[in-house]
Design a protein. Structure first.
Length: 374
């Protein structure tokens, strides 16, 4: 049985690793040229019942504990004048909650756990064509190809594999503008103190200025804005951003001024909530390819749990992989539907005129709910 996984993100790599533990080999086809080809972004908190559960099934719980930062769970919520609305401090050294880990450290941990030839780098899937007697012919950018008996789309938000199963369209839910502040403790000690070891959210009307501490000592700044029908390239200028935050405390907007380079804006998209498809032989989706949702701290956790559950089903029923896929899909649809609904609700709440009150109530009343993402 030749298993091809399109995409070597957190979902695809977790899948390859859990299959490998069950003695089932798979090839991950990843479009990037190497593990260091692109910065992997901010840090994630892994939840005990999803991301951490998947890592336990991958046999990597111990390595996770040595890389994770429990202190990264600390979060502060301020108003535009700089007044503290919420300050949550986790128990020192406790792993009982949702410790943070840098995405790059998590991806490295998964890559290091796989055989050297498990990932085929620089393989961007451009087409998958069903073969007459089952399985798929895969074509990669550049024209080369291969085939497989089972194809798993773990190729993220703009999945190529998704179109073989559903015609669901993405919708634009928010704009995120990112900046990086390197070597923060030395170069910007005031900002390092403001952000602390975890996350900071400064909540305005329809806009949030957030910052997150990474394990390499840098600070990642993220500005969330409502989805608007105008050119997001406007936000490539710090001046334009500072104008939007006119009237905010200068200690907060210093996070924008201190950014290393020009800001990077991007559209945040989501699939229709409750997207499902009729199961087809030899093919399925995991992670963002299956259920891209508003980013409020669940996507990577669910992608990793999808991977562990799919691998478990395939290992439990090797004689009938199509039935294993059906069982996985039904459970995945039922699990992720309410999470996508909650994510959309939290996203709307974060970018509303009453966000400061709503978020303060949310965190003080329900401290274990997912935190807004970076
Ligand atoms: C700003 C932001 C903050 C977030 N914060 C959090 C958080 O705090 N917690 C959380 O749980 N989730 C968070 N998420 C969501 C999380 O990032 C995603 O849900 C998660 O990365 C999905 O994993 P994945 O493996 O499905 O996809 P990805 O991580 O996107 O991986 C897909 C992989 O496929 C590769 N690929 C794409 N197309 C092809 C192709 N055609 N051929 C071959 N390879 C291909 C890509 O290069 C990539 O390596 C956040 C998302 C955003 C945007």
């Amino acid at each position: 049985m030749r298993i091809a996984i399109a995409g070597g993100g957190l979902g695809g790599l977790t899948l390859a690793r859990v299959l490998h533990r069950h003695g089932i080999e798979a090839v991950v086809y990843e479009r990037e040229a190497s593990r260091s080809a692109r910065s992997q972004g901010g840090s994630l908190d892994l939840h005990p019942e999803s991301g951490q559960q998947a890592l336990a099934e991958a046999g990597l719980a111990g390595r996770f504990r040595s890389e994770a930062r429990p202190e990264g769970e600390e979060h502060r919520i301020l108003d535009p004048a700089g007044h503290t609305l919420v300050h949550h401090q986790p128990q020192p050294g406790s792993f009982s909650g949702r410790p943070e880990i840098d995405r790059s450290a998590l991806r490295d941990l998964l890559l290091d756990s796989l055989p050297g030839d498990a990932v085929a780098w620089q393989h961007r899937l451009v087409a998958a064509t069903p073969r007459p007697h089952g399985g798929f012919e895969l074509t990669f950018h550049g024209g080369h190809g291969t085939d497989c008996d089972i194809l798993i789309g773990a190729d993220g938000a703009r999945s190529v594999v998704r179109s073989l199963l559903t015609d669901a369209r993405l919708s634009y839910v928010a704009t995120l503008v990112e900046l990086n502040i390197s070597d923060a403790d030395r170069r910007h000690p005031d900002l390092a103190e403001l952000v602390g070891p975890g996350n900071l959210w400064c909540i305005g009307v329809n806009q949030i200025l957030a910052a997150q501490r990474l394990g390499d000592g840098s600070i990642r700044v993220g500005i969330s804005l409502r989805a608007e029908n105008h050119d997001i390239d406007t936000y490539r200028s710090k001046r334009a951003l500072l104008d939007m935050f006119d009237g905010w405390d200068a200690g907060l907007t210093a996070l924008i001024e201190a950014g290393d380079g020009a800001p990077t804006p991007r559209r945040i998209e989501a699939m229709p909530i409750g997207t499902r498809w009729a199961s087809q032989p030899g093919i399925t989706l995991i992670g963002d390819a299956a259920h891209l949702m508003a980013p409020v701290g669940e996507g990577a956790n669910q992608a990793m749990l999808d991977a562990a559950e799919l691998a478990g089903e395939l290992a439990a029923n090797p004689a009938d992989p199509d039935s294993a896929i059906r069982t996985y899909e039904e459970a995945m649809f039922a699990r992720t539907h309410p999470i996508a609904e909650m994510s959309a609700r939290v996203q709307a709440m974060m970018l509303s005129p009453t966000a400061a009150d709503d978020i303060t109530r949310f965190f003080t009343a329900r401290p274990t709910e997912p935190a807004p993402a970076d």
